[in-house]
Ligand binder design. Structure first.
Ligand SMILES: Cc1cc2nc3c(=O)[nH]c(=O)nc-3n(C[C@H](O)[C@H](O)[C@H](O)COP(=O)(O)OP(=O)(O)OC[C@H]3O[C@@H](n4cnc5c(N)ncnc54)[C@H](O)[C@@H]3O)c2cc1C
Length: 415
């Protein structure tokens, strides 16, 4: 049977390793952390996943936490009135919620990756705890039929050249600050069901709020994305989790007081419940060339890392894993050569390009027609629903989002 090495045990690496394992491949998975270290470590993401990505997990019978995780049935948008925070707490100018056709959910990656890693080992997979270096891969590319690098945004990305034509930004576009909390009050706008809420503060940044399943049960995530150098870019160097949370709340009081009103009783889920950082969104060449001449194929964030402003990375990782799995299975016993590697990535890029285009657009100040669309969705429920469901299939944004004429024609068709 064909021998495959997967380097990196995140959403894409584990999903691929478990998928290949279920088809009888001899899979080795290399992780720089044990399951226990992941479970007791720091949060890594907000990982809200929509229907298509969740379905790939279901297809492999990996949806172990589906019944426990809060069911996210809508996606809401609030916009602060520009400048309204100058004299006191901001006023909310826009507020709507779109209903998702298929529900979404967030399972803390500490829970999911630790659980999946244990499952992989229990099913007979070879799990190696080791932080791989390029020199290791040089050796392994000679002993395995295929080496897949799914190590996220870590150091191994240096093997994969940046694709400047697909990477419009060379610097981080947002400063990220995440807090996992217990005790957030019910959402007054629709207390009967859960939703992700995107709060846009023009010229300042965004606050995302969503329910999740974490190591201690149900919780909520408060996630600030701040424009670098702006008033939300204050988390750098904050080491104390309590200070991180109090900064988060202070900013909510000023810029999103409607969310702050629910947060009077919140406390951090655990000492690892905060995360801060930033990175430049980057598309890379998918094939890594090793000093000894071997080739490795990059997976998910290694090759296409978008800013989390659109909450797509885990979704894309799941879609990438599903697409690569299909390409590997279709290849049968033939060699995994350079042409196959490029074709495998190109097939994934057919889907991924829509995520990159949309995410990069959301990082820029919105043009007037997009402001009109977001405003109109408050009066036109079908527009709110369509916007929400495009988080599941971002290719739909081509039909009504980027070009003013298409947006106008779409809105006209609804009135
Ligand atoms: C703040 C934040 C919020 C986010 N919110 C969302 C969201 O709401 N929805 C969404 O879909 N996505 C979200 N994302 C993005 C999402 O988390 C990532 O895109 C996704 O996890 C990428 O999956 P991956 O498999 O490519 O890599 P990762 O999940 O990063 O996994 C890589 C793994 O490889 C390991 N590794 C690294 N180097 C080595 C090495 N040398 N040897 C061995 N192992 C190694 C790492 O420890 C890690 O376990 C968010 C990201 C951030 C930072």
């Amino acid at each position: 049977m064909r021998k495959i090495l997967v380097v990196g045990a995140g959403q894409s690496g584990l999903q691929l390793a478990l998928g290949l394992q279920s088809h009888g491949y001899e899979v080795t998975l290399m992780s720089n952390r044990t399951a226990d270290e992941i479970r007791s470590g720091r949060v890594m993401s907000t990982q809200c996943m929509f229907h298509t990505a969740l379905q790939h997990e279901r297809d492999l019978q990996l949806n172990f936490w589906e019944s426990q995780a809060p069911k996210i049935e809508g996606l809401g948008v609030s916009v602060a009135a520009p400048g309204s925070w100058a004299e006191g707490p901001a006023a909310r100018a826009i507020d709507w919620v779109g209903r998702l056709d298929g529900s979404a959910q967030s399972v803390d990656q500490r829970v999911k990756m630790a659980g999946w890693m244990e499952t992989f080992a229990q099913r007979g997979g070879q799990l190696v705890i080791h932080g791989a270096a390029v020199s290791d891969l040089d050796y392994f590319s000679r002993t395995y039929d295929l080496v897949l690098v799914s190590a996220g945004k870590g150091e191994l990305v240096s093997m994969f050249g940046r694709d400047a034509s697909r990477s419009p930004y060379s610097e981080p576009q947002r400063a990220l600050a995440v807090s996992y909390v217990h005790g957030l009050g019910p959402r007054p706008e629709h207390p009967d069901y859960d939703a992700v809420r995107c709060n846009l503060v023009p010229g300042v940044g965004e606050l995302f709020v969503m329910p999740t399943l974490t190591t201690s049960g149900r919780a909520d995530i408060l996630f600030w994305e701040g424009i670098p150098g702006g008033p939300l870019d204050v988390f750098n160097g904050v080491k104390d989790p309590a200070e991180h949370l109090s900064l988060t709340l202070e900013l909510m009081e000023r810029y999103t007081p409607w969310e702050y009103a629910r947060a009077a009783k919140v406390e951090l889920t655990d000492a690892g419940g905060t995360l801060a950082g930033r990175y430049a969104p980057t598309v890379r060449n998918p094939i890594g060339r090793l000093p000894g001449g071997g080739l490795v194929l990059g997976v998910a964030d290694v090759v296409v890392a978008n800013d989390p402003i659109t909450g797509q990375g885990s979704n894309s990782a799941s879609k990438c894993a599903a697409s690569y799995l299909a390409s590997i299975l279709e290849r049968g016993e033939k060699e995994f050569d350079e042409e196959w590697m490029q074709g495998t990535f190109d097939r994934y890029w057919d889907t991924a390009q829509h995520v990159t285009k949309w995410t990069n657009a959301m990082l820029a100040p919105p043009p007037e027609h997009i402001l009109n669309l977001i405003g109109a969705a408050g009066q036109l429920q079908p527009a709110a629903d369509r916007f929400a469901n495009a988080f599941n299939d971002p290719s739909d944004f081509e039909n009504f989002f980027y070009e003013p004429e298409k947006t106008a024609a779409y809105l006209a068709s609804l009135s």
